[in-house]
Every structure is written in C-alpha cells, then in structure tokens.
Design a protein around this ligand. Structure first.
Ligand SMILES: *Cc1c(COP(=O)(O)O)cnc(C)c1O
Length: 440
C-alpha cells in the first residue's frame, strides 16, 4: 500500500492546532503534511500522530518567534537583545493616553497653529542636561548620522584613531561617517591622541571635531585622550557621542552615586566643558524608550532639524510620550522609580533574601552571589554586586533551552544554570521558580 494514503489531511492537522491565527496555523499544518509526504515518498511509514506532533512543534517554534515579554534573568540590565530599558507605569500610561487618541504632537494649543514635535520631550530633556535645546530622533545611530550629514556633508570631521569604534550591530564610526557624506580625518594613534594631533589637522575644510565614547570596551595602560574642554578651544564645533545617555555624571536623581558608574561621561558635563552638541541613546542609561537625543547649541540644532534626513529618522508619538515622562522624572530630582535605576540600585541584601527564598523551593538549587552589569554597551568590565539562584544540571545548555520555552532567559556559569535576580521583577519570582522546577 502507498504509505502516502495514511497521510492526515491538512484540515485534520489544522484542527489539532490552537493559539495561532488561522492562516499561520494552516501554513504550519501544510508544512508538517508536506514533510511527512516527502518522508513517505522515501519509504518512511506515516504515523498521523507523529504528523500532529510535528505540527505542534512547528507551531510552538513559530509562536516563540513572535514578539512577547520574557523574564530577563541574565543580570544584564540594559540588554539590547531583550529590549534594553523597561518603562515604568508613568511612561506606559503616557504612551497609552497619547497613542489611544489625538494629541498636540505638532500643534500649539496656545496659538492654534502648527508646532514642533520637539516642544515637549526634547524641551524637557534640554532642561535636564542644561542644553539650549534638544532634538529627539529614532535612535542614537540615527542621531550621529543626522548630525554628520547636516553639519559636515562634503567637509571634514576630525576623529581620534582611538575612537573609531564599532558599537555593535554594524554601527562603525568610519562607515557612518561615509554614509553621511562627511570625510573622516583620523588623528593620533590607537592608544594616545593629544590636542596637538587635532590642531595639526585643522583647516578651513574641517566642519566638526567628533568625540566618540568607547562605550563597549576599555583601554588601559599607556593611554591618553583629549578632554572635551581642550577640544572646545580649537575653534570648531565639538560633537560628543556619549552613547549611554547619562544626563549628569553626579546622578543628582539618586541618593548616592553608584560606584560602578566610574567615569561614564554625562551630557551636562560635556556641554559645560564646551561641546557644541552631545548625542545619546534614550534606552541605555537614560532608562527610556528607544530614541536618540541630540542636545546642545540652538543654532546648530536648527540646521540639523531642517535636514531632509531629520524627517526620515524622526521619533514617533509613543516614544515622545514615554520620553517626556522619563525627562519629568529626572527634572523632579528623583529618578529612583525609573525601572533602570530601581534595578541598578537594589540593595544586594534584598536580592539575597529573594534568592534564598527561591532556592528553598527548588530541590538542588542554591542562593549564590552574582555579578550583574549595566550592559547595552555601557561600562564594560564594571559589574554590580548581585544575587541569584544556581542550579546544577546534567546538561546546563539543555536546561537553558527548556527555560527559554518558558520565556526565561538565564545564563550558564561553571556548569550551573544561574538566574540573576537584579533584572527579574519580584512579581516574576513564582514564574521563575515554576520554570526551574520543570527544567530539572
Ligand atoms: C549605543 C551607542 C550608539 C548607538 O545607539 P543606538 O541608540 O543603539 O542607535 C552610538 N554611539 C555610541 C557611543 C553608543 O554607545
């Protein structure tokens, strides 16, 4: 008998699938039947139950690829692959209010005429870092590209060889420079660049000096870079890409400055030192939505805002609504309720207590000291003391994979599965415990 006659119909397979929109489920069912048909043609016997199981596996694989919340048990606070900074209730409520109806996105209510989408979040952020103005765009990569295109296309931009970095995801300073139409002038050496190096490169062709914070790596030893204050004396506008978005080095919105921040540059200090513009991400150490912020001199921002690319990379109303709330938190002088700073400053003792409570619920698990990190390409090598649970597993990678099917992303350390609690919301502890029980 032809093995193919035992093949279940696509409709029969489809009837066993749930939780996916009809057309997606139909595609999955068809793929499972097709695979069984191909196998049957090669002589493999057809077991309808196996076809149903294959369809379920395909469906769950597909469902797992759709955008969904996960529990971040990695201890990496600004985890780019997991969506960087979570938003707090105020920002979320602002997004809901703004996106669910109309708003004065580009409308002056006082004058009844067209306004600018930089009048709200941008204006508050400018205030928060002591700038004349600020422009919000889609992300910081776009901010850097836009600044270079608007202020230096067809002209030269001086950059230290020590700062020609790749940030990740293909964002390389020389390539962005190329795309912007500006000409890169490299000065100094990988480890040392002095003011005199910049000065020698000056010419009427030079539009800007660009300083890039080497966010994701650290150079130690025989190194020297030129401070912004010295560069500002060169007589060309200095643009600083600080990356992480720390508004103020002294973190006046926290009761104490965390030691792990070490020498992370602040937007306020760069501007005070004479930078014409600074650019940074909205969702790294600023703790807001994905965005790029360009802050500084009003005359330069006006030129940047008029460039055609500004329209192409503009931020949407949901981003602006969330960012306005984040800016408001900083301006209130207390940003400890922003999820980023709440997680970053949680006392280790409190985390240890949670870890002990969790570990007692899971056979074989133990509470351990861990090291969390800021992440997102900020502060390489600087860890935040933390706590979590560790679970010895015969096959730790298989256990990690099992946790992922429960939407939990953890890590393996010394052959054990480790869940760092600094990045886990306490309301997810039960979910974490249940998943750990299932995976071992
Ligand atoms: C992260 C980073 C960028 C890119 O910012 P996105 O918001 O991810 O686009 C650019 N420059 C520096 C220095 C960075 O750290």
């Amino acid at each position: 008998m032809d093995a193919r006659r035992a093949l279940p119909s696509v409709d029969r397979v489809l009837a066993t699938l749930e939780g996916l929109p009809h057309d997606l489920a139909a595609e999955v069912a068809r793929a499972a039947v097709d695979a069984a048909r191909t196998a049957a043609a090669e002589g493999t016997a057809v077991d309808p139950e196996a076809v149903f199981a294959d369809a379920r596996r395909r469906a769950s694989e597909l469902a797992g690829r759709l955008l969904q919340p996960v529990v971040n048990a990695t201890g990496v606070i600004v985890h780019t692959n997991l969506g960087r900074a979570p938003l707090g209730p105020e920002a979320l409520a602002a997004v809901t209010r703004t996106a669910g109806g109309y708003s004065n996105l580009e409308y002056r209510l006082d004058e009844g005429r067209r306004g600018s989408r930089q009048d709200h979040a941008g204006a508050l952020l400018a205030l928060a870092c002591g700038a004349e103005g600020a422009l919000v765009v889609n992300n910081n990569a776009a901010a850097v590209l836009l600044v270079l295109a608007a202020l230096a296309r067809g002209r030269e931009v001086i950059v230290s060889r020590g700062e020609l970095v790749e940030i990740g995801g293909g964002f390389r300073v020389p390539e962005v420079m190329n795309e912007s139409g500006a000409r890169l002038v490299e000065v100094g050496t990988t480890n040392r660049t002095r003011l005199a190096d910049y000065r020698r490169a000056l010419s009427p062709e030079v539009a800007l000096v660009l300083k890039v914070h080497a966010s994701n790596y650290r150079m130690v030893g025989f190194v020297e870079s030129t401070p912004v204050a010295d560069l500002a004396a060169l007589g060309v506008p200095v643009v600083v890409d600080i990356g992480s978005g720390l508004l103020d080095e002294t973190t006046p919105w926290l009761p104490r400055r965390p030691a792990w921040l070490r020498d992370e540059p602040g937007a306020r200090q760069c501007l005070a030192a004479g930078a014409a513009l600074v650019s940074f991400s909205g969702d790294k150490l600023l703790g807001g939505p994905q965005a790029g912020i360009i802050a500084g001199r009003a005359d330069l921002l006006a030129v940047v805002a008029r460039h055609p690319l500004a329209r192409a990379v503009r931020a949407d109303k949901m981003t602006l609504a969330a960012l306005q709330e984040v800016a408001r938190a900083y301006l209130s002088g207390d940003a400890t309720e922003l999820p980023l700073w709440r997680m970053a400053t949680l006392a280790v003792d409190a985390l240890s207590e949670r870890a002990v409570a969790l570990a007692t619920r899971i056979p074989g698990a133990k509470a351990v000291d861990t090291e969390a990190v800021a992440g997102g390409g900020s502060l390489p090598g600087l860890s935040i003391p933390s706590a979590g649970v560790a679970l010895e597993a015969p096959d730790p990678d298989a256990a990690l994979a099992a946790l992922r099917t429960d939407g939990i992303v953890a890590r393996v350390e010394d052959g054990a599965v480790v869940c760092d609690l600094r990045t886990v919301d306490p309301s997810d502890d039960d979910r974490l415990a249940a998943a750990l029980l299932r995976c071992c």
